[in-house]
Design a protein around this ligand. Structure first.
Ligand code: 5AD
Ligand code: SF4
Length: 463
């Protein structure tokens, strides 16, 4: 442990020297381009990588071609995310020939998988550094090895180290912040690669989480999203953590994701409803509305148990908002079984659905299941689901018309000039007429119209 720390400190000091020399020669700091694919956890990881990089003298750029260090932080959940990364790396081949001193790194969930690391090693020689999700804290040592020894470095360690609380972060947003409360997943849903690339569940100490949120609020952050693959299995009690964060003084809102339906308790719903700052919405990934498929997915709940939670929440607060994830075309799923999912969507009335065609992930259990439906057919089912959802959501969103809701104004709107955009408590996009001076503030907005992708309204403050 002590030896690792020494190596890390040494590498850090040497990198800082190298980068200072670069700045002296070029009149500007070396630039890093850090791009994340996939989920919010990845965004959060990238903010920590950027925090480390800024401590050794890097500045940041959005222009990949002007960078001295390119980091692609990848996602492995579906094949198309992987294809996009391979496309980006492929396009960098010529760039690397013309800019041999630029370091190209691939990290994250894809890079954790040995077969991917092997593929990059043999086929994508333009990549200098490939490191998985357990190696983020070794960034300095890995980068120093690449630069000082002019070698390629591959680090797919599976060794779990203690959760480090001594990281600096460079956050990409000034208003909304992601705060991981736990890492990894123990559930092994049969379609999912996450437990293989992020390891078993580890929870951060509540004191550390609460301190981070407190600091963010005093820095002016207005929306805190707690992250975990399954926040309901937070070791120190999720409802208790929520209650404690809710008591932090200041005007801000709390969101969290994701909740596994098997662990979403009535206590959780009560905590949300009784709280002051927790948004009255729950992202509850359904995946399928058919009991046989849920069993094959190893989800540990059935349709009735899922509806029980929904009904409980709606009995306490009829307009309680739910969003969900759906997988279309799981191996062996029939059209009738897919229709059961469509039925459940109508019954639940979601405000938002993230739906995906099943993607085979090698190493998972479902990858071995027989799958007779073509991707083309699954694509048609997905379209059918999206059409169904459009009607359901538009109808359900109309419950807000005529009401005044609180919106956190994020920036200029898309609808027309003079509009701002933001989200209400339920996480629904609201486009509203208001002065630009409200950007970054909570605004009271009277809703005039429900569209299938957003609500429209006008600020009450300007009246
Ligand atoms: N294929 C399609 N979708 C997947 N998801 C996870 N694994 C797969 C897969 N192999 C979806 C689930 C999950 C969301 C984050 O991604 O719906 O909730
Ligand atoms: Fe994947 Fe299931 Fe874990 Fe979510 S709960 S990350 S879907 S294995």
């Amino acid at each position: 442990m002590a030896e690792t720390m020494l190596k890390k400190e040494y590498a850090k000091a040497e990198l800082l020297k190298l980068n200072n020399r670069f700045s002296d020669l070029n009149g500007h700091a070396p630039l890093a381009y850090v791009h994340s694919f996939g989920c919010q956890q990845n965004v959060s990881d990238a903010e920590k990588l950027k925090g480390q990089l800024s401590q050794i003298g890097y500045d940041f750029t959005d222009d990949m071609t002007s960078a001295q260090l390119i980091i692609l932080n990848t996602c492995a959940v579906r094949e198309n995310a992987e294809d996009r990364v391979f496309g980006t790396i492929g396009n960098l081949k010529k760039f690397k020939q013309q800019n041999p001193d630029t370091i190209i790194a691939v990290c994250g969930c894809m890079a954790q998988q040995k077969h991917i690391a092997q593929k990059i090693k043999s086929t994508y020689r333009q990549v200098d550094l490939v490191f998985g999700t357990f190696a983020y804290n070794d960034l300095y040592q890995m980068l120093f090895e690449v630069l000082s020894q002019k070698t390629r470095v591959f680090n797919q360690t599976e060794k779990i180290t203690d959760i480090s609380e001594e990281f600096s972060q460079l956050r990409s947003d000034k208003l909304r912040a992601f705060v991981p409360i736990m890492y990894g997943c123990n559930n092994f849903c049969t379609y999912c690669i996450v437990p293989y690339v992020r390891g078993r569940e580890r929870s951060r100490k509540p004191e550390a989480v609460v301190k981070e949120v407190r600091d963010l609020v005093s820095d002016g952050y207005k929306e805190i999203t707690l992250l975990g693959q399954n926040v309901n299995s937070y070791s120190y009690g999720f409802a208790a953590l929520l209650k404690e964060i809710d008591r932090i003084p200041g005007k801000f809102r709390i969101r969290f994701m994701s909740s596994h339906p098997k662990d979403a308790s009535k206590e959780l719903i009560d905590t949300i409803i009784e709280s002051e700052k927790i948004c009255k919405c729950l992202h509850l990934p359904l995946q399928s509305g058919c009991d046989r498929i849920l069993k094959l997915m190893n989800r540990h709940y059935d349709k009735a148990q899922y509806l029980d939670i929904i009904n409980y929440a709606r009995s306490k607060k009829p307009e309680f908002s739910f969003s969900t994830d759906i997988i279309v075309g799981f191996p062996g799923e029939t059209y009738d079984e897919f229709c059961e999912t469509k039925e459940l969507i109508k019954q639940v009335k979601y405000d938002n659905i993230y739906s995906f065609v099943y993607s085979r992930r090698s190493g998972t259990k479902a990858a071995e299941f027989e799958d007779n439906i073509s991707d083309k057919q699954k694509g048609l089912w997905l379209r059918e689901l999206l059409l169904e959802q459009r009607d359901v959501t538009t109808n359900w969103l109309s419950r807000f018309v005529g009401k005044t809701v609180e919106v956190l104004a994020e920036g200029e709107g898309r609808l027309a000039d003079g509009y701002l955009t933001g989200k209400n408590d339920e996480g629904i996009i609201v486009e509203f007429k208001a002065d630009k001076k409200y950007i970054g503030e909570f605004v009271q907005v009277r809703i005039t119209k429900a569209m299938n992708w957003a609500l429209e309204g006008e600020s009450v403050e300007d009246k």
